[in-house]
Design a protein around this ligand. Structure first.
Ligand SMILES: O=C(O)CCC(=O)C(=O)O
Length: 199
């Protein structure tokens, strides 16, 4: 499988690995159809004292009790793994050695949907989590930058896998910006560790 190691080859050095063809086209199409049927929610987020809709749909699946709170305002309670999601989790673990207990889905309905600059630093994931991100559907720009540096752009393709290695969330921020280009639905699945739950 083609693997782009972004530790050393490109400047700036990035703590991520990108697998453009992690899934075959057939697997990616099938998974995309499965994901469209997941339980998507329009959540509300509180920023600077204002409550507003999260600019994308979200869902969460995972181990019982692995609840997830982010931005001190969005509380996500996982539904039981579907077979397709747990199979995908296991294949990412087999490839990378990283273990995951939840998957958070983001559905970007058009170019207006986005996620702003952030790091995934919620304490419920434990110290220096590895996060695995699978992209399906429309290709969107993903940007990553050191906390005090310049962004590098990637286009996350249908069926690709991006690994953010341990340490990445401490040193780097990432985002999927809005775009004026006409883009249809993109689904992103982020597999994450979790310290809670009954296991
Ligand atoms: O959609 C993506 O590729 C990124 C999602 C993300 O940054 C997140 O869920 O924290």
């Amino acid at each position: 499988m083609q693997q782009l190691n972004l530790f050393a080859e490109s400047a700036p050095v990035l703590p991520i690995t990108y697998y453009p063809d992690f899934l075959t086209l057939e697997q990616a199409n099938e998974l995309y159809q499965h994901c469209l049927k997941l339980e998507w929610q329009q959540n509300q987020i509180r920023i600077a004292g204002k409550t507003m809709p999260v600019p994308r749909l979200e869902c969460i699946y995972g181990d019982n009790g692995c609840n997830y709170l982010y931005s001190n305002s969005v509380f996500l309670k996982p539904l039981c793994w579907t077979e397709a999601l747990s199979n995908l989790r296991d294949s990412i673990t087999a490839l990378t050695g990283y273990k995951f207990r939840i998957v958070i889905g983001n559905q970007y309905r058009s170019g207006i949907d986005s996620i702003g600059w952030h790091a995934d630093k919620e304490p419920s994931m434990g110290y220096e989590p590895a996060i695995a991100s699978v992209s399906l559907g429309s290709c969107r720009k993903f940007q990553i930058k050191p906390r005090d540096g310049k962004p590098t752009d990637f286009w996350l393709e249908h069926g690709s896998l991006l690994i953010m290695h341990p340490g990445c969330q401490s040193t780097h921020l990432h985002q999927v910006p809005k775009t004026n280009k006409v883009v249809s639905t993109r689904i992103n699945l982020t597999f994450r560790p979790h310290t809670g739950g009954g296991r």
